[in-house]
Design a protein around this ligand. Structure first.
Ligand SMILES: [Mn+2]
Length: 327
């Protein structure tokens, strides 16, 4: 169920302010952009001047959200005299990058967030470490303020909640996330079109690069490990750049029976960038550490100077000893 969430001081601060700056975190994701734009739409409906700001541009996939073109880089925010600055989905002040200075200049600061480590850096903090997304906390705030969930707001909150929950598949996906999306659908959310845009559509360069990687798929460790590799020639053939390899390692990881996988990606400078994935009880952070990298137990990476084939052999040796350790 949707949690009752009394934020009278936040609602009060918003009602009193006229010129409001909305800041979110660097390398913005769907929750950052979606939560910020949902609040922006609501504030504009209340007759406020609201300016959304981010130190990095809005990613291409999120440009379809209504109001995405309102976003400004901090250096382009010319307006002075904001009465209030609002931070969204920023786990600490540093996450705002160089938008932080603008945030701190405002006489009143408020924030909405869902990171449990948030140090409550604003004057008014609506932070719930149990919420699946900042978008869930924004939804509670809008309902608390008696705001109508318009179609534009519904699209933005859907982007926020669906991306932060991995399209409703991560551990953080809770009843509230589904309950809110039920309300968004009632508000007219075009679910099929939105989910296709966010989760299915890919650039041609990504699909062509994936094709090259799939051709190198190898299974080892008695079916428990899988790997793929890419080299500069693959990027040239696919007209791809570094960002187009995002997610490719998952195709090796998502094979039946596979417990650990890697993608070894040779770069122009002779370094090999490695992405590693695992299922419990295996630990690929340990594998990455052998090559000066790190990360999480189930998702790690490293960059190492070595010939591609030698790197693959070395990784496989480490992964096989992970298999032995967890027999
Ligand atoms: Mn988030």
């Amino acid at each position: 169920m949707i949690k009752a969430f009394g934020t009278p001081s936040l609602a009060d601060a918003l009602k009193k302010a006229q010129k409001i700056l909305l800041c979110t975190h660097i390398n913005p994701d769907g929750d950052a952009i979606g939560s910020t734009l949902a609040v922006c739409h609501a504030l504009k409906k209340m007759g406020k001047d609201a300016v959304p700001c981010c130190a990095d541009p809005v990613p291409g996939k999120l440009m379809m959200l209504p109001g995405a073109e309102w976003f400004k880089l901090p250096e382009d925010v010319k307006e002075e005299g904001f009465d209030l600055a609002f931070a969204l989905d920023a786990a600490d002040e540093g996450r705002m990058g160089h938008a932080r200075a603008l945030f701190e200049k405002a006489p009143v600061t408020v924030q909405v967030d869902h990171h449990p480590t948030n140090p409550l850096y604003a004057q008014v903090n609506a932070v719930d470490g149990d919420a699946a997304a900042s978008g869930c906390v924004v939804y509670r705030l809008l309902v608390h303020m008696g705001m109508e969930i318009t179609l534009d707001i519904a699209k933005c909150l859907y982007a926020a909640i669906s991306t932060d929950t991995g399209n409703f598949s991560f551990e953080n996906t809770d009843g509230e996330a589904f309950a809110i999306v039920a309300e968004l659908v009632r508000a007219g959310l075009p679910l099929n079109e939105m989910s296709r845009n966010l989760f299915l559509l890919q650039e041609e360069a990504h699909i062509r690069l994936l094709g090259r990687a799939l051709n190198t798929l190898r299974i080892f460790g008695h079916g428990k490990c899988a790997c793929m590799q890419l080299a500069p020639a693959d990027y040239q053939a696919a007209h791809a750049t570094g960002e187009h390899s995002d997610g490719i390692v998952n195709y090796a990881m998502n094979l039946w029976g596979v417990k650990m996988a890697y993608l070894a990606d040779e770069k122009e400078d002779g370094m090999v960038k490695v992405s590693l994935r695992a299922l419990p009880p295996y630990n690929v952070a340990k594998v990455a550490q052998k090559f000066g990298g790190g990360g999480h137990v189930l998702a790690a990476g490293c960059r190492y100077q070595m010939k591609l084939e030698e790197m693959c052999a070395a990784l496989e040796k480490e992964m096989c000893s992970q298999l032995e350790e967890n027999k």
